[in-house]
Design a protein around this ligand. Structure first.
Ligand code: DHB
Ligand code: FE
Length: 280
C-alpha cells in the first residue's frame, strides 16, 4: 500500500525562482535564503519519495479569474510551467501520477470533498518554486507530483478547518492506494505577507513563530483560526497558510519536527519552511 512518510511546508516566493533561474543564488541577498534549504535538499536526496502530493495555489496564471475552483486536483500525465508574464520558468515539466491522482479524486469525492478534476493545466511559481528549493536545477524532476490547487486568491478561500479535514481525507485516500509508494504531502505559500494596499510589506514574526510552533503541538487549535485573524495578523496573502493545514491534516495527530527555517527578508514575504514526520 502507499504511505505518507513526511510533510514539507515552504513559502513559494516567485523572486526566489527568478534568482535561481538567473544564476543569482550566490548573491548576498539570496545566499542565506537558499542555505536554509540545504538540510532539506540533503534529506530528500538521501531518501526521495516516489510521489509528492503538492498543495499550492495558482496565482491567476493557469485558471485566470474566469474559473476559480476552491480545490482542484491535477490528474494529467504532465504539467508544463505556466507563463506568468515573463515567459515560463526554464524548469523541467512536472510529471504527474495519473493513477494515484485519480484514486485520490475518487476517494476524497466519495468521502464528500468535492475536488475539481483537472486533466490539463500549467503550474506556476506556487508549485515550481518549492520544487526548485528542494531539488535544485536537475535535468528532470526526481519525483512525480500530484498537484492539489487551492483558491486563496479570490474571496472566499476555504477555511483552515476545511483544509485540515481535506488533508485527513487525502491521507485515507493514499492509505487505500494498492501500489507500494512513498508519498510526501507538501503545503506551500505563506508565511506573513501582504502585496498591496496601505499595509503592503507587512511581516509578523510573532504570528509566524506561533504558527510554526502550533503546527507541531496544537494543530487542533490552529485549524480553528478564522480568516479575519490571518488577514489581520499575517496580511492578505498570509491566507496562503491554510494550505499548510492540508499537509498537516494528512500527517495524523502527532508529528516530529525534523527541520525548521525562518528568514526575513525575501522579496515581500517572510520565508518559512518545515519538515515534519508522522509519529505512530
Ligand atoms: C510574493 C509572494 C508570493 O507568495 C506571491 O505569490 C507573489 C509575490 C512576494 O513576496 O513578492
Ligand atoms: Fe503566493
Amino acid at each position: 500500500m502507499a504511505r505518507i512518510t513526511a510533510g514539507v511546508a515552504t513559502s513559494h516566493v516567485p523572486a526566489i525562482g527568478a534568482a535561481i533561474d538567473l544564476g543569482r543564488s550566490g548573491d548576498d541577498y539570496w545566499r542565506p535564503v537558499l542555505a536554509g534549504y540545504e538540510w532539506a535538499r540533503r534529506w530528500i536526496a538521501a531518501s526521495p519519495p516516489d510521489v509528492v502530493v503538492l498543495v499550492y495555489n495558482d496565482h491567476a496564471s493557469a485558471f485566470s479569474l474566469e474559473v476559480i475552483p476552491t480545490f482542484a486536483i491535477g490528474c494529467a500525465e504532465t504539467f508544463e510551467p505556466a507563463d506568468e508574464g515573463f515567459g515560463p520558468r526554464p524548469v523541467p515539466p512536472v510529471e504527474g501520477h495519473p493513477d494515484l491522482a485519480c484514486h485520490i479524486a475518487q476517494s476524497v469525492i466519495l468521502d464528500e470533498f468535492d475536488l475539481t478534476v483537472i486533466n490539463k493545466m500549467d503550474v506556476d511559481h506556487g508549485l515550481t518554486v518549492p520544487m526548485s528549493l528542494l531539488f535544485g536545477q536537475p535535468e528532470a524532476w526526481p519525483v512525480r507530483v500530484v498537484p492539489v490547487a487551492v483558491n486563496v486568491v479570490q474571496y472566499p478561500p476555504p477555511t483552515g478547518n476545511r483544509c485540515y479535514a481535506l488533508g485527513e481525507a487525502i491521507a485515507r485516500a493514499v492509505a487505500s492506494f494498492p501500489e507500494d509508494l512513498d508519498v510526501h504531502v507538501w503545503g506551500t505559500g505563506g508565511m506573513s505577507h501582504q502585496l498591496q494596499g496601505p499595509r503592503a510589506g507587512l511581516i509578523n514574526r510573532e504570528f509566524d513563530g506561533a504558527f510554526l510552533d502550533r503546527l507541531v503541538s496544537d494543530p487542533e487549535g490552529l485549524r480553528r483560526i478564522p480568516h479575519i485573524e490571518y488577514l489581520r495578523e499575517a496580511g492578505s496573502e498570509g491566507i496562503e497558510l491554510v494550505m499548510w493545514l492540508i499537509m498537516r491534516g494528512a500527517l495524523g495527530p502527532d508529528v516530529r519536527e525534523l527541520r525548521r527555517f525562518y528568514h526575513v527578508p525575501a522579496s515581500n514575504t517572510a520565508v518559512g519552511h518545515v519538515v515534519l514526520e508522522p509519529v505512530g
